[in-house]
Write a protein that binds this ligand. Structure first.
Ligand code: FES
Ligand SMILES: [Fe+2]
Length: 349
């Protein structure tokens, strides 16, 4: 990876976390070109199912058509630009725009428009909802706004092998809960908070009680990094914890314990000072209610602690007291790795 800062412990400038211009640049350089997690196959399990989401500032709808094929479409009407389907999920045989009732198939092709025969030369085949790249890793669906992006599987690199090594079978899991957290902090502050456990002994006593921080290790690859934590007590079926990051805004976590489990974190940048974090919890069918509650509560508790930390970082950065920070590279090298990816992306033509 080429980077002017790659070998220095200096962080990227704090202004990158506070400036509207920097956020705009990232919108084009990062979010319009990356594979972004949008949801799971279970959210559109049957023909006709759909759910809405967004990628960057683009409203998106994911549908499953009559033949069972999944589609991601820009949820924008070719007539006058309304969002075709208001936010939510459901089952439908076609998508009817709520403004003037142009109707599209689940594949985005325009089926009908009221009074179209009154218009000279109107051809329905000239209009459609625009399709987006949609690819799948296990039950996880990713969308890319860039039609020329390399396939998702290439982007995932070591991640599938790292998850497989934990023994968790992604296809045997079921979503038990989704929680959303809104943070007054830049998305990069939220990602960086995930990427080190240097703060765990101070800030997360419950995590430090469960995971042996002396043997905690962090490994970086090209666009992913992963953290491994051995449990303090004997874990049972899942022998160790693995907390992995995928550029730019996806995390996938496995906690040690008696049942297969995954939790995902989807980081949604709202503006330079605000971020939404969507946490999903998945467990295998045999997981006991106690185990599910234990893992879910621990993750929630850690997040509540992290929100306070991230928001204080954002206030400190906004104060313009320091131009940059300093990384403790033995323990925070995954942040260096992340910041190099940011630098590389924003410097790209
Ligand atoms: S904007 Fe969608 S039908 Fe008019
Ligand atoms: Fe934390």
């Amino acid at each position: 990876m080429s980077s002017a800062y790659a070998s220095t412990p200096q962080t990227v400038p704090f202004s990158w976390y506070c400036d509207a211009d920097a956020f705009e640049r990232e919108r084009e350089a990062v979010f319009a070109r990356s594979w972004l997690y949008v949801g799971t196959t279970a959210q559109a399990a049957e023909p006709g199912d759909y759910f809405t989401t967004s990628v960057g500032d683009v409203p998106v709808i994911v549908t499953r058509d009559e033949a069972g094929e999944l589609h991601a479409l820009r949820n924008v009407c070719a007539h006058r630009g309304a969002q075709v389907v208001p936010d939510g999920c459901g089952t439908a045989t076609f998508l009817r725009c709520h403004y003037h009732a142009w109707s599209y198939g689940l594949d985005g092709a325009l089926r009908s428009a009221p009074r179209w025969r009154d218009e000279d030369g109107f051809r329905k085949q000239d209009f459609r909802m625009r399709p987006l790249r949609l690819e799948r890793y296990g039950p996880f669906l990713f969308v890319n706004l860039d039609p020329d992006a390399a396939p998702l599987l290439e982007h995932l690199e070591e991640l599938p092998a790292l998850i497989a090594d934990t023994g968790v079978d992604l296809d045997a899991l079921r979503l038990t809960e989704t929680r959303e957290y809104r943070l007054e902090a830049n998305w990069k502050v939220v990602v960086e908070n995930f990427l080190e456990c240097y703060h765990c002994p101070t800030a997360h006593p419950s995590f430090a009680d469960a995971i042996d921080l002396n043997t905690y290790r962090i490994e970086t690859f090209d666009r992913t990094s992963t953290q491994v934590g051995e449990p303090v007590a004997t874990a049972g079926k899942v022998r160790y914890g693995r907390y992995s990051y995928l550029w730019p805004t996806f995390m996938i976590n496995v906690y040690p314990g008696g049942a297969a489990n995954i939790s995902t974190n989807r980081i949604v940048p709202l503006d330079e000072h605000h971020t939404l974090a969507v946490y999903e919890f998945f467990f295998e069918d045999g997981a006991t209610p106690d185990f599910i509650a234990g893992v879910t509560d621990l993750i929630h508790q850690v997040m509540v602690e992290d929100i306070g930390l991230c928001e204080s970082v954002q206030r400190g950065m906004r104060s313009r007291t320091f131009e940059r920070g300093h990384l403790m590279l033995k323990h925070e090298h995954a942040i260096k790795h992340f910041q190099s990816l940011v630098e590389e992306a924003v410097a790209a033509p």
